[in-house]
Design a protein around this ligand. Structure first.
Ligand SMILES: C[S@@+](CC[C@H](N)C(=O)[O-])C[C@H]1O[C@@H](n2cnc3c(N)ncnc32)[C@H](O)[C@@H]1O
Length: 169
């Protein structure tokens, strides 16, 4: 049986449940799914990769936001056709997040070169050509045995390098 939950603001940004198939095994809800089939609330801590040199969204801007960060806010807090205003718009990450979800966008920046890139990125977003990390893509986790996940031998701590506790009386 599928229980339909009332839509709330976070429905648009729910993330997969850890145990989506888990059901109540006793009581009056026995046999029903014990979690929201639409997914779980993303919670208070959002882990989203920042835009570093090898990030697909990287431009010349030294501190641009990942689109996914603004995208969640746009989806949770606005409705289609609402106006999203970023007065420090930089290269337009918030504007891209807005137009990707049928919202309107406006903003300002003191740097003309950033604004030009913002215009290009918004145009690409509207044309479906924007280079971006997709919303909800899991963060890459190397397997424990992968060489990239090993601490290099020469950086291993000897026992004398281990941190020691300090406390005053
Ligand atoms: C943290 S960055 C914003 C980056 C943006 N969220 C993005 O992802 O591209 C802050 C921006 O504010 C701009 N800025 C600084 N002072 C400003 C001002 N007085 N009015 C408008 N923009 C300003 C800077 O040029 C910079 O691009």
């Amino acid at each position: 049986m599928l229980v339909v939950h009332q839509r709330c603001e976070c429905d648009a940004i729910r993330v997969p449940q850890k145990y989506p198939g888990k059901k109540y095994f006793k009581g009056e809800k026995a046999g029903q799914y014990s979690c929201n089939p639409l997914g779980k609330n993303p919670g208070d801590i959002w882990t989203i990769p920042n835009v570093k040199h090898n990030h697909v969204e990287k431009t010349i801007h030294p501190c641009q936001f990942p689109i996914e960060l603004v995208e969640r806010l746009v989806l949770a807090l606005t409705n289609p056709s609402d106006l999203v205003v970023d007065p420090y718009i930089g290269v337009g990450s918030a504007a891209c997040a807005a137009v990707l979800h049928a919202r309107r966008a406006a903003g300002a920046d003191t740097a003309a070169d950033y604004l030009q890139i913002a215009h290009e990125r918004v145009k690409h977003a509207l044309e479906g050509k924007l280079k971006r990390r997709p919303l909800g893509r899991p963060i890459y986790q190397p397997a424990p045995g992968d060489r990239i996940a090993q601490r290099p031998e020469h950086l291993s701590r000897s026992s004398s390098d281990q941190p020691r506790l300090f406390a005053t009386a």
